[in-house]
Design a protein around this ligand. Sequence first.
Ligand SMILES: Nc1ncnc2c1ncn2[C@@H]1O[C@H](COP(=O)(O)OP(=O)(O)OP(=O)(O)O)[C@@H](O)[C@H]1O
Length: 642
Amino acid sequence: MEHNACLKPSKDVEFQDVYYTVKERKHYIKVTGTRQILRGVSGSFRNGQLSAIMGPSGAGKSSLLNALSGLRTSDVKGHIKIERKGSCYITQEDNHQTLLTVEELMTLSCNLKLPHCKRNAEIITEILENLHLNHRRNVYAEKLSGGERKRLSIALELVANPKIFFLDEPTSGLDEVTAAQCIRLLSQLAKEGRTIVCTIHQPSATIFNYFDSIFVLANGQCVYQGQPGTVIPFLRHVHIECPKYYSPSDYIIELCDADEGKLIPVLSELTDNGKLIYAPQHHQQQQQLNGLNNTTTLPICQNLSKDFQQSVRTFFVEEPKRSRWQHFLSAGTNLSTDGTLIGGVTAFYEHLKTFTKLLDTEHEDTSSLHQFCVLFKMMLVRIMRARVALLIQFLHHVLTALCFGLIFLNLGNQGSRMFDHLKFCIGVIIIIAYTQVMVPILSYPMEIKIVRKETFNRWYKLTPYYMALNFSRLPLQIALNMIMLTIIYWMSGLPPQLWRFGLFASIGLMTSLIAEGMGLAIGMTFSITNGSAVGPLTIAPLMGLAVYGFDFAAQIPYAMNLLMKFSYIRVAVVALILTVFGFERPELECDEMYCHFGDPRVLLKFLDIEQLSMWYLFSLLTMLMLFYRVLMYLSLRRRCGT
Ligand SMILES: Nc1ncnc2c1ncn2[C@@H]1O[C@H](COP(=O)(O)OP(=O)(O)OP(=O)(O)O)[C@@H](O)[C@H]1O
């Protein structure tokens, strides 16, 4: 493609003795043992080639892809050579930012990745044309077909022209024709000088032959590494004949799938668990012409036929390079780091590409401020475009306020209805808290997948994203809460004092911000199913604390008093009661013979809150707000980490 304006040359991916071990747990808690998912596999994926990691279900394909790409680093050991900075990972589900068109998503990607590149429009058009998406540029991403969505995922990453593409099951969910088109496209991209590695479960014969190299995994071990066309001769070395008219890819996978622990170890030993690449002589001659041949001693295959020995070669000809990382390596610690070679030194030649000076230009990382501005704008656009959601939220706030206002119509000045006053204050806070907690719990788990993918592919950093998320939600939140609180305040007949209404609205807004922070923290941590249980479960004790002990306020034990400070609902309710009845509020009207709480000071004294200052309560609310926002940030980091 011509668009390579801000590009760098591609590199290979090499790995040696990679292990991935997970702890097995009983009831999610008790560790009962460990399980090796990857068992010391080695291998290489070359630049300019389309490579497939194949194998039966559960063989460890995704685990290997995740380990190589760096998506998973914990529990992975071994040596992996990869330039992380120039790689990208395309997930199986093509989740994109919703409510943005193809062109807007491409522009977003360009703005985040190539902020100083003057040719963004040109680049976008070129990529879209090459990926046959130009005619869909004004369509929302969620309206695209499966194949188009996959191409869009590739297009979005192509903007920064990564050298290495990792794709998890790129053909899953696609029909045969679309899957073949997708693989053809990947093959073409590889030929343009990229390293493309994808997992694939069981490709059709057509798709199988598009791959330049395949790496077959079974039970966490490599059972074959080489070209697709040489699977049959390879199997002959262990006296297995692929039936006529049978696809070799299907056959080797079925063999491994049905294996009862006999064949896999043999094949794995033949390939030295991925250290040996199988290439029969006529293939080798071709490689020799390319200067790739590097046959060395075959440590485990001495007793095999000469024919076999001449057909394999190893690329791991040296011990891992002694470097300043050596002490980490010898301790068995992984891993790849951006651009740093750790072990797996190759005997292969470096396939250098000739790039013009312009093509060599590396794009700088964008500043956090720039990322914040781009993301903030994008989030606002998305909020404004979610018309149905906006309408529902607007109606929800207006209707709730009207119902609430009707229930407590003109209550504000009635001295005989003390309990109703309390119910009013508690009700306002609970409505706000509950609404704001549940929305992010139900909506955020989908978003976190997109954020994880985009931050992993270095579209932006987490901090600017987090800031943009917080600030972009503010305007709508303020507007909706102001509408609701205004209706409630005036319908309930509270004193028509602007400053008192200001305080009333500020407490409502604070509650809304805290509840939203709590909802986001839960939404970022749990799935929708778990979150919708955790949300009410978390808010219920806070509500309980909010209504506790109003009738024996002076006798509330110290420990409970302390605990109540952690319930933002309680703190907000108290602040609201103070706002409504404090600040020298004149005596309320009494339509009975005697109104004990006609004088607001009596009520405040009865509730034991007359000494509390508004500053103190606002400080508590601010601290609780910060607590949940920090929790939310930590959840985000944890979910988007590796
Ligand atoms: N974090 C983990 N904890 C426990 N088991 C895991 C973990 N990650 C992977 N596994 C297990 O390791 C095995 C290999 O998983 P992996 O997803 O890599 O397989 P796969 O070859 O991609 O399978 P498929 O083709 O079905 O997607 C599976 O049995 C899976 O349950």
